[in-house]
Design a protein around this ligand. Structure first.
Ligand code: SF4
Length: 295
């Protein structure tokens, strides 16, 4: 049912499913993503990645008893988000997983659409990312999460690695796998799908009856990431396995990077809101709060 160009292998649906599940399990185990009895909150947008992540963690729960819950953030992006929210609810019901919902509107008093309409910001994804990370960390902590699971796949991870290099941000790269320092208010993130290519996630979702939404976010066109993605796609087509090689190079350097940058790293509490941040005032308070005043 699928050809894997990087491995030069054709697989039937049974062998593909087994390979996919083994890879997620291996990633989870090797990177010690959660301990027995811990509470894992899945950041569930309702898109294919986070829905497959939820399904995969439910399967893993048979071997590693952990508490699972899902958290969906409604950013308030036209009709695009409502389909994702519905999908998220459906998947949680189907798998019997506790589901929590929060929205930008309820948490910060404004939707992403309203912020974009009333401001001159031309990089919606950076602003959306700051708000989402802020809300998700705070909410996951309120839910008593030990870990926050995010659906970043191999493509996302390879893009992030390249973007950090292209922007000369080695410190950000050093904390891609785990935080440079632990802080009780910062819920550590895990990426069990970091070795799963996006097209294989789509194929696996279809095999397992998970709805794959066709529409993408209307703001996506502005993303710097989109350009990096295009570049990586053409490299992968010409040289299958490029994305795995980027990830594996990072994993080889991960410990060294972590050692180099963790010595100087500190986590403060924001002097405005008390949430964890790296310097005095968090990005939410310095970049977003002034926009909320305007909107
Ligand atoms: Fe937010 Fe950008 Fe993702 Fe849209 S594409 S949900 S604006 S980060």
């Amino acid at each position: 049912m699928i050809f894997l160009p990087y491995a030069k292998r054709h697989l039937c649906d049974l062998h593909f499913s087994r390979m996919f599940e083994r890879r997620v399990k291996k990633t989870f185990r090797e990177r010690a993503m959660a301990k027995k009895g811990e509470k894992v909150v899945v950041s569930l947008s309702g898109g294919k990645d986070s829905s497959v992540l939820l399904y995969s963690l439910k399967l893993l729960q048979q071997d590693l008893p952990m508490e699972l819950a899902a958290l969906t953030v409604d950013e308030g992006i036209g009709r695009y988000r409502s389909a994702g929210v519905e999908n998220a609810k459906r998947e949680c019901e189907r798998l019997g997983i506790e589901h929590h919902m929060v929205s930008f509107q309820d948490e910060i008093g404004s939707s992403l659409d309203a912020i974009m309409e009333k401001s001159s910001v031309n990089t919606p994804c950076s602003y959306c990312g700051i708000i989402r990370r802020y809300i998700i960390n705070r909410q996951a902590r309120r839910l008593g999460a030990d870990r926050l699971a995010v659906g970043h796949n191999l493509d996302d991870t390879a893009q992030t690695i390249l973007m950090n290099i292209m922007r000369n941000e080695p410190q950000r790269l050093a904390r891609l796998g785990r935080p440079l320092v632990d802080h009780s208010m910062l819920v550590p993130r895990m990426r069990p799908l970091m070795r799963s290519p996006e097209n294989e996630i789509v194929a696996y979702a279809k095999l397992k009856g998970i709805v794959v939404l066709e529409k993408s976010c209307p703001y996506q066109q502005f993303a710097y990431r989109r350009r990096v993605r295009g570049m990586l796609e053409s490299m992968e087509n010409e040289h299958p396995g490029t994305k795995f090689k980027i990830l594996n190079s990072f994993l080889e350097m991960e410990e060294m990077l972590h050692r180099s940058y963790s010595g100087d790293a500190t986590i403060d509490e924001c002097r405005e809101c008390g949430e964890p941040c790296s310097h005095g005032i968090c990005k939410f308070c310095s970049l977003i709060t002034p926009l909320l005043g305007k909107s």
